[in-house]
Design a binder for this molecule. Sequence first.
Ligand SMILES: [Zn+2]
Length: 425
Amino acid sequence: MPRTLTRRSRKFMHFFLFAGLATSLLTACQPSVEDSRGQGPLRVQVPITKTQTGEYELQNLTLDTLSDLKTLFGKAARFFLEPGIFQGKLVGKSPAIQFMRNSSGVYIAKDALSLQMLTLYAHFERLMKQDQALGIDSILSWPRQVAVDAQVKPGTGSLENNALYSGENDIFIFVPYRLEGLPLMVNGGVVAHEHFHAYFQKLFIDPIKNEYPSVAGLQPHKTQLETATSDEEIPNAKVDLPAAYHSVLLRGLNEGLADVWGWLYSGDVNFVRKSLPQEKSTRRLDLPVNSFVSSDQLAKMVEGTQDNNQVGLSYAIGNLYARLIKGLIDQRVKEISLQKGKEKDQVFAEVRIEAQKALIKSLPLIRSEYLAASTQKSLLAPSEFIEIYLTQLQGPVTRAECDDLKKRVGVLSEKRKELLCGSSF
Ligand SMILES: [Zn+2]
């Protein structure tokens, strides 16, 4: 998920929030019932964001899918501690969650790691329910496999302070978190970001990875468990510009859409920074895009970037995608709430679902466009995805969205400009 892995020990306000939550819940409740297991539905107390504010607060939630609270096993997720890969499968110990039950029957985690894992389970259950509502849950297999406290060795040393998705093994990996921010397992935006990568894997990468081996390396993260791996396979721009160009563009698309997914789930426009303060503002979504990137501009950027900086360039492209799509979603919410005289929050809830469905439906379509571009040895325009996404929205493209496209993206493709903007474009 994050690009930088620098280790810093800086005081960070969310640590105090999190530490405060963990200790306050231990002191506030009476440990009236201590139970070794529980079966859903269970009431649990976890820090979670209030809708659309992005702020975390302790809330009592009902978990419907947990069959064993002690090992956190349920329909939504399965956890593996000190994990490894054996014969292609994730193996590891089951967690042993420390908890108690307060006089209201709510289960409370007794230590920080138990609270983090319980919160992570709650996120996966909420994501599962969100996916069911969107009608996309059957694309993935459940329970989702989650490695916790994993030792990931990409070279020398082990990764810290990172969350990863391994498309090869279809597992989420949380390596030890040692900063003083919001732990990554609690950060709903981060969890939803990684969760989106699984959809990109299933709908874009997997169907073509054998035929087009270069797309297999499109995962933005190093993911081998317990294995020293070489750096990511980055095509050399001087030897094969189209391959290097598409590698940057598609990695960027995967990252940018994952950030949109993280924002839509958590309501937090700068969720990466809550856990990784060194990310500064490079990942925030609430800045307008004045001018999107054309294929010529991107080709020049790729040519002018050293191979080892191309992952950084792809994150920058990803941030452009994320901000442009967020701007289009905000625009749609504004316009519909004005037209229908409805509250923005209510309209946002509807538009969010429409946007999420359109994003998922666009993945196989952009894959076809990528294959066509590869066959013709041409460069896929960065704006193609934006155009496809807009055509997949349920409602018609609005006048304001069309104007926004003209202003920020510039030239639209011949084949879609009338569909998007009518004959006046
Ligand atoms: Zn990512």
